[in-house]
Design a protein around this ligand. Sequence first.
Ligand code: SAH
Ligand code: SF4
Ligand code: F3S
Length: 451
Amino acid sequence: MSNPPPARKVFVKSFGCQMNVHDAERMKDVLAGEGYADTSAIEDADLVILNTCHIRERATEKVFSELGKVREVKEARAARGVATRIAVAGCVAQAEGGEILRRQSAVDLVVGPQSYHRLPDLLRRSDNGARVVDTEFPPEDKFDHMAAPAPDAIRARGVSAFVTIQEGCDKFCAFCVVPFTRGAEVSRPVARVLDDVKRLVDAGVAEVSLLGQNVNAYHGLDERGASVGLRGLVERLATLAGLERIRYTTSHPNDFDDDLIAAHAEIDKLMPFVHLPVQSGSDRILKAMNRKHTAAQYFAIIERLRAARPDIALSSDFIVGFPGETEADFGATLDLIRRTGMASAFSFKYSPRPGTKAAELVEQVPEAVKSERLARLQRLEEDQRRAFNQATVGRVVGVLFEKQGRHPGQIGGKSPYMQAVHVDGPLNLVGRVAPVKILSLKTNSLAGELA
Ligand code: SAH
Ligand code: SF4
Ligand code: F3S
């Protein structure tokens, strides 16, 4: 016997990082328990959630232009006699709180990232038209908001899944709002992570990506109350049958210890791809950014990682045009990208954020200089990415197949180095790892054949 169809629908649009994308899934799980079905058609939605990002000015401004459009949908539905509630979630909600209600009168609910488990209650409070704001950081056991929803609401979302193991940040880089929007650094207990991953594996997941704003600062407690680092957690996860691949993101150079480096040599399921943001190659700028590491320390980590796992692929984040950045500072960043043989990178123009130290610095770099530097950095990154992908051609690599390909008879998946790969092959390989000989480089992927 099947359940009657849920009466209400929710539309969620996410901006920002993987943590936000993953949070959106958690919100949908919580709301499924309230009878809300997920929809991708905003006109059908009784509840519209914008899951927002505050990291750069443009990200924040996008939220308000988006809200203008959602307001029109709400008005069109009201003309048909149906009500729509609009909620703002995520990091802009946390940073701006009630100010959002003032700026956009169509918004009913503002909910910060630590309050998603209270969504059902918040919705009930807004039932009679009240406007509700919840941006409390829970005082203790912050991971209440991470509690798994009712077991029947847990759905496998494909072959590869994210699991949050750590949240928040205590590092206060001079440019960054994350410590303000996500609060202090907290790690989830080992048993809860293991539980989540077991459930995912039972539902057919073959790869987990462990998520955290500072994921390698992880220090969760085990059953006996002892602190376990990221290596220890990965070791335990690696014993789970059916789990083929383990990844983690995003790590910080200051927490990259020898244990984690050794794990890359010793644990086969730990994938040889590390996203390790460095931001700049200039020690002067790194200091001004309050990064508390030098370029030399970064090189030393990369060298040790390469010694442990020679085929490791690297990616990073860069900010160009941080206040005071000279052409020589920027040159040092380009040198770092070349010297580390970075396989990919995310790069951004510095954006002053309210409340951060760097926003008060007087030597702001002109917009045109930022744009020009960004373009140069991205050209270099593109060349290196292409060279890295080209070097895979002719090799045999394990591919975890995730889905049907674009063309009939095709299946697609990921190499250990996060490259998209497609081959002609049977659908029953989806969810499994198979060796693939890489034949050629396409625009955004690699073409291969089952080996
Ligand atoms: N450690 C974090 C970083 C989050 S922010 C993590 O888990 O990913 C992601 C990236 O955005 C940063 O690495 C940085 O390169 C960039 N960024 C952060 N604040 C910025 C700002 N004010 N202007 C431009 N880019 C910024
Ligand atoms: Fe932001 Fe720095 Fe914390 Fe990363 S480590 S979240 S860049 S403050
Ligand atoms: Fe953006 Fe918040 Fe992630 S500011 S990058 S959504 S932690």
